[in-house]
Design a protein around this ligand. Structure first.
Ligand SMILES: Cc1cc2nc3c(=O)[nH]c(=O)nc-3n(C[C@H](O)[C@H](O)[C@H](O)COP(=O)(O)O)c2cc1C
Length: 103
């Protein structure tokens, strides 16, 4: 990423770094503050990664430009499926389960 560029950065290039920062915050805060996962989310799998890294909720913007408003429902459905595959009944059970995998 180029920190010298003018204007904002959004979308896919943010995903990895923002997920790592999220996990580091989750490690430090240890559940005391709910975190919102944001940056480069465009799929249920990516939303799930943010949740496992420590997010209690997720936010997306750029992917909606490409995927349309229906993307939110698509991600919610996919997330239900991914949670069920891992044996979880709800998002809360998965929050932060992988936060310690990030350094
Ligand atoms: C055109 C544009 C406008 C935005 N406006 C706001 C805003 O008013 N308030 C805010 O908190 N974030 C705002 N954001 C940040 C997004 O909500 C989001 O945090 C950021 O774009 C990274 O997520 P993304 O990769 O899904 O876009 C804006 C982003 C873009 C691209």
């Amino acid at each position: 990423m180029d920190s010298t560029q003018t204007g904002g950065l959004s979308g896919a290039p943010l995903f990895e770094n923002s997920t790592r920062v999220l996990a580091l915050l989750a490690q430090q805060l240890d559940g005391r503050v709910p975190l919102v996962g944001v940056g480069g989310i465009s799929s249920a799998a990516q939303a799930y990664s943010k949740i496992k890294a420590g997010a209690s909720a997720v936010q997306l913007y750029t992917a909606m430009v490409y995927g349309g408003i229906g993307l939110a429902a698509e991600i919610a459905r996919g997330l239900d499926h991914l949670l069920a595959l891992d044996g979880f009944n709800n998002v809360a059970q998965a929050v932060g389960i992988e936060k310690d995998l990030y350094q």
